[in-house]
Design a protein around this ligand. Structure first.
Ligand code: PLP
Ligand code: TYF
Length: 394
C-alpha cells in the first residue's frame, strides 16, 4: 500500500528550518518560522514559565489521565485573559486543546457536525494551515479580500463589502490580532462593522488569536475580539499559548465557544470532547499546567506580563529601526509599513525570485510569499537586511 503514496510537497515554512541550519555562512539571517528570539538570538524559556515548572515539579503528584476537557483552571484562566470584562464570559465554555491548531480542528469538526454545509471564509492571505485544517474537516473554504498589496494595509472597504454578502451558512474566520502573514490588523471601526453585519446577516464569526500580547499589549490586542463577543449571539475562538508564553512545543491552546446562553456553549464543548475522542482524545497537560500556575499567582503573573512587554518592546524597536534604516537608504517612505504592522510578521511583497536572490547572495531566509519574521531579527542585522532588500528591489 505505502508504495502508492508519493512524498507530499513540504511545508514552505518548516522546510526553511533545515535549509537555514545547513547553510555554512556565519552572517546568515533567519526570518522564516514564527518564533520569537531575544537579543541574543535565542528563543528562551520565559522566567515565569521556568518558575512555574519548578513549582509543578514539587507539587504535581500524578500523571494519571486528566479527562477530555483538560485543566479546568487553565480553561477558565485563558477564557478570562481573552474575554475578561465582557458579557460573553457568562455564556462561554472553554476546552483545552493541543495548541491553537488543535482548537482550529476541533472547532472545524464541530462546524462540520452542526453546519455541514458551511463555507469558511479565510482572509487573502491567511495563516498557512487555515485552509488545510478546514478542508480536512470537510468544510468548504473561500477567501475574502484582505490585504491591499500596495499600501500593505487592510483593504477594509473591499473586505466589508464582501462580508456584507455573507449569510447563515457562512463562517467568517478572522485573526484576533497580529495577522499572520501580513502584520496588517483591522481597525476597531471594522470590528464594529463586522459585529453589526454578523447580527444582521446571521453568519458565524470565528476568531483565531495566536499572538495576544505581542501587538499593542494583552488588553489592546483583545479589544476587537471583546467588542465582537459582547455583540454577537454566537462566536468561536481558537487561541494559542505558543507565542505569548513561549510554549510552542508543549502544544498549549484552547477552543472557546460563546453561545446564546451558557447551556448552548457547554453542549457545544461536550460535543467537541466527543469529536476529540475520535482523534487525540485528551490534550497534553504540561503546558496548560504551567499557564494555569502562572495566571493563578500574582508574582508569576506580574513576571510573565513584564517579560511579554519586553518581547513586545524588542519587536517594536526592530520595527522602528527598519523604518529608519529604509528611510535613510531610500530617502523615501516606501517601507514605513514595517512601523504600521503589528506582531511578529510583515508581508513584504517580495517576489519569489527576489527571495531566492536574498537567500543565495545574502544568506537571508524569507518564507516564499514574502513574509518576514521580525521577531527573529537582531538589531545588528537591520543594516544588512535593509541593504540587501534595497539591492534586490533596485
Ligand atoms: N493560528 C495562527 C494565526 C498562527 O499563526 C498559528 C501558529 O503560530 C497557529 C494558529 C497555531 O498555533 P499553535 O502552535 O498553538 O498550534
Ligand atoms: O506561521 C508560523 O510561522 C507559525 C509556526 O505548519 C508554524 O505559525 C508554521 C508552519 C506550520 C505550523 C506552525
Amino acid at each position: 500500500m505505502f508504495e502508492q503514496i508519493q512524498a507530499p510537497s513540504a511545508d514552505p515554512i518548516l522546510s526553511l528550518i533545515s535549509e537555514f541550519k545547513n547553510d555554512a555562512r556565519t552572517d546568515k539571517i533567519d526570518l522564516g518560522i514564527g518564533v520569537y528570539r531575544n537579543d541574543k538570538g535565542i528563543t528562551p524559556i520565559m522566567a515565569a514559565v521556568a518558575q512555574a515548572e519548578q513549582t509543578l515539579l514539587k507539587t504535581e503528584s500524578t500523571k494519571a489521565y486528566q479527562g477530555l476537557v483538560g485543566d479546568e483552571n487553565f480553561n477558565l484562566a485563558i477564557q478570562s485573559l481573552l474575554l475578561g470584562g465582557t458579557s460573553a464570559m457568562a455564556r462561554a465554555s472553554t476546552l483545552q486543546t493541543p495548541g491553537a491548531s488543535g482548537a482550529l480542528r476541533n472547532l472545524a469538526d464541530l462546524l462540520a457536525f452542526a453546519r455541514p454545509n458551511a463555507t469558511v471564509w479565510i482572509s487573502n492571505p491567511s495563516y498557512i494551515n487555515h485552509r488545510p485544517i478546514m478542508l480536512r474537516a470537510g468544510l468548504a473554504v473561500q477567501e475574502y479580500a484582505y490585504l491591499n498589496p500596495v499600501t500593505k494595509a487592510v483593504d477594509e472597504t473591499a473586505m466589508l463589502a464582501q462580508v456584507a454578502q455573507l449569510g447563515p451558512d457562512d463562517v467568517l474566520l478572522l485573526h484576533g490580532c497580529c495577522h499572520n502573514p501580513s502584520g496588517a490588523d483591522l481597525s476597531l471601526a471594522a470590528w464594529q462593522r463586522i459585529a453589526e453585519l454578523a447580527q444582521q446577516r446571521g453568519f458565524l464569526p470565528f476568531v483565531d488569536i495566536a499572538y495576544q500580547g505581542l501587538g499593542d499589549g494583552l488588553e489592546a490586542d483583545a479589544q476587537g475580539l471583546r467588542l465582537l463577543a459582547n455583540a454577537v449571539p454566537e462566536l468561536m475562538i481558537s487561541t494559542s499559548c505558543s507565542k505569548n508564553f513561549g510554549l510552542y512545543r508543549e502544544r498549549t491552546g484552547a477552543a472557546i465557544l460563546v453561545g446564546e446562553d451558557a447551556s448552548h456553549a457547554h453542549n457545544g464543548r461536550a460535543k467537541m470532547c466527543e469529536l476529540a475522542r475520535g482523534s487525540y482524545s485528551m490534550p497534553p497537560s504540561h503546558g496548560a499546567a504551567i499557564v494555569s500556575t502562572i495566571l493563578a499567582d500574582d508574582q508569576l503573573n506580574g513576571l510573565w506580563r513584564a517579560e511579554l512587554d519586553t518581547m513586545n518592546l524588542r519587536i517594536n524597536g526592530l520595527r522602528s529601526a527598519l523604518v529608519e534604516g529604509f528611510r535613510i537608504a531610500t530617502q523615501g517612505e516606501d517601507y514605513d509599513y514595517f512601523g504600521h504592522h503589528k506582531g511578529m510578521f510583515s508581508l513584504t511583497g517580495l517576489s519569489d525570485a527576489k527571495i531566492a536572490r536574498l537567500k543565495a547572495d545574502y544568506g537571508i531566509y524569507i518564507v516564499s510569499g514574502g513574509r518576514v519574521n521580525i521577531a527573529g531579527l537582531q538589531l545588528n542585522e537591520v543594516d544588512a537586511l535593509v541593504a540587501a532588500v534595497v539591492a534586490v528591489n533596485r
